[in-house]
Design a protein around this ligand. Sequence first.
Ligand code: T46
Length: 132
Amino acid sequence: MDIRLIDFQSHDDERGCLVVAETQKEIPFDIKRLYYIYDVGKEKERGFHSHKHLEQVYIGIHGSMKVTLSDGTEKKEIILDNPKQGLYIGHDVWRTITDFSSDAVLLVAASEHYDENDYIRSYDEFVASLNK
Ligand code: T46
């Protein structure tokens, strides 16, 4: 499955922590879009889709959340609760994001502008697309 955790550069001192992620270094693509998700209600679930081309890096900036990933064969669960790490997710990976803590903030760096045509929002369609 085309996913991996990435360690960011962190500069910590008595004033706090400063974390850096640079394009084509820690972030393996040119960032065309940033968005963030917060104030997710208790037991609310997001995602339930894959992307045909989009690559993204998820950063659990604050609080925690669970990301469940599948390539149609293998399934992995990753807790994002460390703002010094990012989760790279390539295309053709089904994802759900659940178990948001009440203070959770998920920042996402994306390789492309928003395009609804890049989404596969049916799991059956996702599995069928892998066999093409
Ligand atoms: C992902 C997870 C983490 C836009 O208009 N522009 C955007 O850039 C995005 C991401 C969304 N939208 C609109 C489309 C929907 O009307 O915002 C609404 C909510 O989007 P969606 O239902 O896709 O939200 P999530 O949290 O299920 O998924 C989003 C991203 O779409 C997805 O790529 O990985 O966040």
